[in-house]
Write a protein that binds this ligand. Structure first.
Ligand code: SAH
Length: 481
């Protein structure tokens, strides 16, 4: 029996900017997710996939364009997977992020909460990232115009970003608005050199081709790290390209390379070789309180650091203010990564205990305490679901405040159970996913009330939102368990 074609939905009004970067419409009680649509657009939607409780669709005709709609500033918009909200003014993006948090707390959390503070917009809305990873590929994504050219005239090499959901296709980028210069200049110069010298770009299907990835990291104080990832040991070729990068860009403070012979692109398990300069870059962040000494953070080639560094300060400031430290508190920093929050708040606490399961991050955390002359932090590597227990608390002291910053999936139930057991006065919950944050806060609701919530925008032109929430231990008479 022939499969029934997916329906065409006509004259549909787009209602919301959804939480996964797609806009939302509702047709006969069914939710339809549509990319590149703006609330207020009236469109015909071709359904392309049917799931149990929703459709996925694409716009095939506009009846009316939303008054909110603006032109995308980047000409890669629509093909590139990044910056999907460029077609909405920044103020509107912020409104929808704020709404995302409200909706998650209301619909998923169902707990009581006071008014959410207005979202803190990003200091910079373009060139705000400090890290980008580009991919070399001999399977360039071809536009309609490229397709008109005879096959032998098509340049199939690309240095840019993967096309969403297509592991082997790469969009060649000529300008990206995410990272400050010389990020674009470096990428373009390396591509030009590689094409002139006839170097081979990687083929993700056959795993052949010399050039694989290019990582560029920068800091707000002008440090610049470039890591070239190649497929095999070819000393002369490597010499040529590394010397080209080094002489063309004297601003690079840390030039590195990796020989990755594996099938996947992950380099965290590979040796990173230093070609020239320092084996790390340094970022500087103002202290939690004006007038105190700035903090410095060493960032190695595979260390994590918040990707919007100017905004990271406001995120940490909020966490610090919510912690309401007087100086004598024991603070736990759960999911501490490289200990940035621990080191940021510790001047105002008796001690901070950080936990994180990536061992190298714990090494970085410790090193950054030493770098800043801090001696009242301790860091442990381990899975929080296993590490956080009564023994841990008796060894480290009962915390007055717990700051937690879990990954998108939120906290493990066991971690939440332990928090309820430990019952610190305050919990400061930093989250990059309001949906899992709402779920977790609902589990804490028996003992904790929400006192304040502050969304922070770290990723302009995307649907992502960070959210900081202050939870306070209910007085025993208030416990609703
Ligand atoms: N607070 C940090 C970043 C936190 S990102 C900062 O601002 O820089 C979340 C961190 O949780 C990651 O570093 C990840 O490695 C860690 N993580 C994820 N699951 C974990 C678990 N089960 N136990 C401990 N750490 C975990």
């Amino acid at each position: 029996m022939a499969r029934r074609p997916f329906p065409l939905l006509e004259n549909v009004t787009i209602l919301d900017a959804g939480s996964e970067g797609k806009a939302v419409a509702r047709v006969n009680e069914l939710v339809v997710f549509v990319p590149f649509a703006v609330p207020g657009d009236v469109v015909d939607i071709q359904v392309v996939a049917k799931k149990k409780s929703f459709y996925e669709g694409k716009i095939i005709r506009f009846h009316q364009k939303s008054e909110r709609r603006i032109d995308a500033f980047c000409h890669h918009f629509g093909t590139c997977g990044g910056c999907k909200w460029q077609i909405m003014p920044y103020e509107d993006q912020l409104k929808f992020k704020q709404k995302q948090v409200e909706d998650a707390f209301t619909r998923i959390g169902k707990f009581k909460f006071p008014p959410i503070s207005p979202i803190l917009g990003s200091v910079r809305t373009t060139y705000y990232r400090n890290k980008l990873e580009y991919t070399f590929s001999n399977r360039r994504w071809l536009s309609q115009d490229d397709m008109q050219l005879p096959i032998e005239e098509r340049n199939t090499n690309a240095l840019g970003f993967h096309i969403p959901q297509l592991f082997d296709r790469v969009l060649d980028i000529d300008h990206c608005y995410l990272q400050p210069e010389p990020s674009n200049e470096i990428r373009l110069s390396i591509k030009k050199y590689a094409l002139e010298k006839g170097l081979e770009f990687f083929d993700a299907r056959t795993h052949e081709g010399y050039l694989r990835n290019l990582l560029i990291r920068n800091t707000t104080i002008g440090h610049l790290m470039v890591i070239l990832v190649v497929n095999c040991n070819e000393p002369e070729t490597l010499d040529g390209i590394m010397n080209h990068i080094s002489s063309s860009f004297p601003a690079i403070t840390s030039l590195m390379y990796v020989v990755n012979e594996k099938k996947n692109d992950v380099i965290t398990d590979q040796v990173v070789h230093l070609w020239k300069g320092d084996p790390f870059i340094v970022e500087e962040m103002p202290a939690a309180i004006k007038g105190e000494t700035n903090l410095n953070f060493k960032i190695g080639p595979i260390s994590f650091y918040q990707t919007n560094p100017l905004q990271a300060y406001y995120l940490y400031r909020t966490a610090f203010e919510y912690a309401r430290l007087k100086g004598n508190e024991i603070v736990y920093d759960l999911y501490c990564g490289t200990g940035t929050i621990s080191n940021f708040v510790v001047a105002h606490a008796a001690k901070v205990v950080g936990v994180e399961y990536v061992e190298s991050a714990i090494d970085d955390a410790h090193e950054n305490s030493v770098l800043n002359g801090i001696s009242n932090t301790v860091f442990y590597a381990g899975d929080l679901a296993k590490v956080l227990n009564a023994d841990f608390v008796s060894a480290n002291g009962r915390p007055d405040v717990i700051i937690t910053d879990p990954p998108r999936s939120g906290m493990h139930e066991k971690v939440i159970e332990q928090m309820l057991e430990i019952s610190p006065e305050r919990i400061v919950y930093v989250s990059c996913n309001p949906a899992t944050q709402a779920r977790d806060i609902a589990l804490l609701d028996s003992k904790y009330e929400v006192l304040a919530t502050q969304p922070v925008d770290m990723f302009p032109h995307t649907h992502h939102v960070e959210n900081v929430c202050l939870l306070s231990l209910r007085k025993s008479s208030d416990n609703i368990a």
